[in-house]
Design a protein around this ligand. Structure first.
Ligand code: GLY
Length: 406
């Protein structure tokens, strides 16, 4: 695999094209689409420039105490920054983004061996999955299959699921779980589906289907909202408990969890054409958009049942994931969801959520929430909000659109 030096980011011309801090941003809908791409070029460009100047390979996750927090490779969000660079390439076709995406992706190569949590799917698919799509480099296929092998070690056949967290590690060890599975795990299945497409070995696809079916069976309530954590008996099979770890309460609807489910079942439908997954995605969509606590701008509070709505933080990351999933549903034939996705994107691209250039740690979106129960990352920028926002934008652009609402 090659490593490239990104000379472009070291040029002063790059800085010269940047808006001054505090400059007013237009909110005209017709300008918004190109304006947001321009802002992204500037913000993410600064982000890369600062990292390049450090002489290190750093991976930005969020802003903490006024500073960008860089993460280690085994952090569950490490694939999002490299993936963001590939979406910048999709949106601009400027090869500098491709070079940067390759460089920061290849730094994550060792992650393919990660077996101590389920997020290797998120990490490798967001980085190497996009790298393969953008470059066609055959070497990336081996990384994807190896990562799928690592993820498959967490499959528990008796329960029919991939175990998300180790029951004896970190804060999770205090909960008495045996085989905790979180709704987020639906997002790891894309890696398995791709591994079967690449290798021809149906094992990965079968594990993904088993996990999706078991999640469909056990994670959802009658109103089609979902629990965050379902704990299984990994020896006998069956459910031990249903809870929430990052949401407000066990019976509440954590916003990003609803988003992961919508996106995850949409992807499962893409790879299987199993109508049950599409129906599931539609039911989740209905829960989200018919909920009385969904604000008018369609950017949810961090939990649909948070106790002090409307005085609760929003979660822009959940909104971005939902918008991207809706655009995929549009390409899968559900054209009627496009307007809703456009409305979310119009909100996120407006002054209330999109940061002014030079602020926000050079992340694009403001106002996301990591985990309120853990006191982590409350009302901050987060790399996955930017990633799914740009993915949604790329999906919209791919459809031939030049503005939202067209
Ligand atoms: N996958 C962890 C989260 O959504 O916060």
């Amino acid at each position: 695999m090659r490593r490239l030096t990104i000379l472009f980011f070291l040029t002063t011309a790059f800085v010269a094209c940047t808006e001054k801090k505090g400059q007013k941003q237009s909110t005209d809908h017709n300008d918004l689409f190109s304006e947001v791409i321009k802002t992204a070029e500037q913000q993410i460009g600064y982000q890369v420039k600062l990292i390049e100047e450090s002489g290190k390979i750093l991976n930005p996750r969020t802003v903490e105490n006024g500073y960008v927090r860089y993460i280690s490779k085994d952090d569950w969000t490490s694939g999002f920054f490299p993936g963001t660079l590939f979406y910048m390439y999709d949106l601009t076709k400027d090869p500098k983004w491709l070079d940067a995406g390759i460089k920061y992706t290849e730094d994550l190569d060792s992650i393919k061996h990660l077996k101590w949590h389920h997020d290797v799917g998120f990490m490798i698919n967001s980085s190497f999955g996009n790298a393969l799509r953008a470059t066609g480099n055959e070497a990336y296929k081996e990384v994807i299959v190896e990562a799928a092998n690592s993820l498959a070690t967490r499959f528990r056949p008796a329960a029919g699921v991939i175990q998300s967290w180790d029951e004896d590690r970190g804060w999770q060890a205090k909960r008495g779980w045996m085989c905790p599975v979180i709704i987020d795990n639906m997002m790891n299945l894309e890696l398995l589906f791709k591994a079967t497409e690449i290798s021809g070995d149906s094992t990965y696809h079968k594990i993904a289907v088993s996990h999706a079916n078991t999640t469909l069976e056990n994670h959802y309530r009658n109103d089609w909202s979902c629990y965050h954590v379902v704990d299984y008996d990994k020896e006998q099979g069956g459910v031990r408990s249903k809870q929430n770890a990052q949401g407000y309460a066990d019976e509440s609807a954590w916003a990003r969890g609803q988003a992961w489910g919508l996106y995850g079942f949409t992807v499962a439908y893409r790879f299987t054409h199993d109508e049950r997954y599409l129906t599931m995605a539609e039911k989740i969509r209905h829960f989200i958009f018919s909920h009385p606590n969904l604000p008018e701008d369609l950017v949810p509070y961090w939990d649909f049942n948070a106790p002090n709505i409307p005085n609760e933080p929003r979660d822009a990351s959940a909104a971005a994931v939902i918008a991207s999933a809706l655009y995929e549903l549009v390409t899968l034939g559900l054209k009627e969801y496009e307007e809703t996705a456009d409305k979310i994107m119009t909100s996120l691209a407006g002054e209330a959520y999109k940061a002014i250039v030079g602020t926000n740690g050079n992340f694009l979106l403001m106002h996301s929430v990591g985990s309120i129960p853990h006191g982590n990352e409350i009302d901050v920028p987060i790399n996955y909000a930017d990633y799914y926002f740009l993915e949604a934008l790329a999906r919209k652009k791919e459809s031939g659109s030049k503005s939202f609402l067209d």
